[in-house]
Ligand binder design. Sequence first.
Ligand code: DC
Length: 227
Amino acid sequence: MRIPDITIAIDGFSSTGKSSFAKLVARKFGFQYLDSGALYRAVTLFAQERGLISADNAVDPGLRAALDSLEVGFGPDGRTFSGERCIEDEIRSMKVSSQVSPIAAVPYVREWVDACLHRMAAGGRVVMDGRDIGTAVFPDAEIKVFMTASPEVRARRRFDELAAKGGNPVYEEVLANIQQRDYIDSHREASPLRRADDAFGLDNSDMTMEEELAWITGLVQGKFGIL
Ligand code: DC
């Protein structure tokens, strides 16, 4: 099945499986996958290494000009690079995770990330995941998906992930963290998380990845009249 040169935007709450789903769609459709969260994480690491964010999350206004020298890209295997340096592991660390929210709330950082995404997505055939792709970054994306799953299901998934990595998570804490992040993501001033009016909802609480793929394939076929 030949999929047209479209842009697919996948937004939703934390731990709904957006990136796993977006990667699967990219592989099956032969699309490029762009991880917008990785760009916010790369800016966070950059700010930390240059001392442009303090321990209490105050962002130095010097970050704005400093961003001119930051070049982030994705390798063929999807790993994140800053110039020639692979930063994939560092951007997933707790240190970066703990300061990415205040960085992502800065309007000029959001503009910088949006410009990056537009450069990378030129020509289409891309699938992107994030919080505001279908509402703010690519409001004209041909297919928009808004992913949800119950907080309990998401907490269970996150709990299993942390336990598999050898941690000793407490389910109630994981659940509380998910609920807190839902609140912050949907209540911040700059591009809060919300479902675009023309987004298709996907509640994957009780779905397998194969079912999710069949769902979006059907959606694309229906929209473009592909048999
Ligand atoms: O998806 P993630 O956990 O890698 O995202 C990291 C952070 O970046 C998260 O706190 C939300 C923020 N983010 C955002 O504000 N807008 C996006 N389009 C993607 C991520």
